[in-house]
Design a protein around this ligand. Structure first.
Ligand code: NAP
Length: 267
């Protein structure tokens, strides 16, 4: 049995669209060697095997790494949850993952049945924590109601153009961690005059400012980066300290953008 922490490490590495075997394994290994301890993948990213290669390449003890994957929407019937998770563990080359998310409340998702299968995986020691992703407040409440095991985290799109205040408050009230995906708004933060101004003030990059702003909100971020330069730049956001004026300036951005919006989304 593993010893996952009770909070996800605040800064992790995202891997969506990093499907080149070598680039993906190298990004994961580089991040781990620099100090990252949280890696995010998913069945749908078609790279669990390459992420596993990166884990092996880095030679960091398995229990020191917080590894998360997600079950795709066509694998959310109970038997499929169990069998597809076995495949994920196999691809990743690990005995357990720290966090297994329901990727979206869509497709074969049935709150009671799907989450019962997740509970079973937890009882069997194959996952440490149960996660949900792209859940809106009503679905968060439903998930809490149908399962006895704690819901550990809700992974949602969150960045200065989509601050998700209501959803974050709802998660906080229910002791659920928020993990921000697309924390750089998939590159859009670089063009924001407000973020550029704060970045200039701190002699920091726009990426670092966006990540530091999320940290101020108590949100874990998982920026995707492929090159060592980007992986390092994001890691260095940990020493960027925003003051109240900076946070207020970013909070005041009124432009709204949602970048991940498939037809089956619940909103
Ligand atoms: P993101 O992290 O906001 O942005 C990634 C983009 O920013 C990439 O093009 C990357 O380029 C670039 N970048 C990264 N660091 C940079 C830096 N310091 N300076 C300049 N450019 C930089 O977008 P995302 O990939 O959508 O989200 C992050 C992760 O969240 C995903 O990889 C995935 O793990 C997760 N996610 C989950 C869901 C879900 O439904 N649960 C949905 C979307 C994403 P390079 O790759 O060239 O370095």
């Amino acid at each position: 049995m593993s010893q996952s922490p009770n909070e996800p490490p605040m800064l992790g590495l995202g891997t969506w669209q990093n499907t080149d075997p070598e680039a993906c394994a190298n990004a994961v290994a580089t991040a781990l060697e620099l100090g990252y301890r949280h890696i995010d993948t998913a069945q749908a990213y078609d790279n669990e095997e390459h992420v596993g290669d990166g884990l092996a390449q880095a030679d960091i003890p398995r229990d020191d790494i917080f590894l998360a994957t997600k079950v795709w929407i066509d694998q959310l019937a109970p038997d499929d949850v169990l069998s597809s998770t076995e495949e994920s563990l196999d691809e990743l080359g690990v005995d357990y993952v720290d966090l297994l998310y329901v990727h979206w409340p869509a497709g074969d998702y049935d709150a009671a049945e799907t989450l019962a299968a997740f509970e079973r995986l937890r009882d069997e020691g194959k996952i440490d924590h149960i996660g949900i992703s792209n859940f809106e407040p009503d679905q968060v409440t439903e998930a809490i109601e149908v399962t006895d095991a704690p819901i550990f985290a809700n992974q949602i799109e969150c960045h200065p153009f989509l601050p998700q205040t209501e959803l974050r408050d709802h998660c906080a009230a229910n002791d659920i961690e928020v993990v921000a995906y697309s924390p750089l708004a998939r590159g859009e933060v670089f063009d924001s005059p407000e973020i550029q101004a704060v970045a200039e003030k701190h002699d920091a990059s726009e990426a670092q400012v966006s990540l530091a702003w999320l940290r101020e909100k108590g949100v874990t971020a998982i920026p995707k980066a492929t090159s060592e330069t980007h992986i390092r730049d994001n890691w260095a956001s940990r020493s960027v300290e925003l003051d109240a004026d900076d946070v207020a300036r970013i909070d005041a951005i009124d432009e709204r953008k949602r970048l991940v919006d498939p037809d089956f989304a619940p909103w």
